[in-house]
Design a protein around this ligand. Sequence first.
Ligand SMILES: [Zn+2]
Length: 127
Amino acid sequence: MSKRVIFRRLACASKPCPEFGYWEFANQREYLDHAKRVREWRCLRHDHPEKVLSLENPRREWISEPAARSERFPDLPDLFFGSHGFLHGDGYYAYAKDFPAGTRIRVTAEVLLPNPTPTPEPKETRS
Ligand SMILES: [Zn+2]
């Protein structure tokens, strides 16, 4: 017998935003716990508007913490970018231990708009 999945959908609390958040829960307990913790939800456009790429904000840059020994696990010999020994995203992977201490990673996202579509020449008509 398959388990019944419980779904939850919340509209962004910044009205009249059209975005919705969707969650999936394996049981009623998880659903109720989430409902107790998350009473209101905001989409990324309203929670972190500065991070959302747009025509007015077409480029973002993030720079990691310098590679250093872990503060949380000081006995580990490897280096960490902040709390991460490994960073990744679309198009790259980086192990902090592969670089000298103090190395930072810069991640850039930039919108590359298509070239303007040339307006088609009007068709020649003969009468
Ligand atoms: Zn929103």
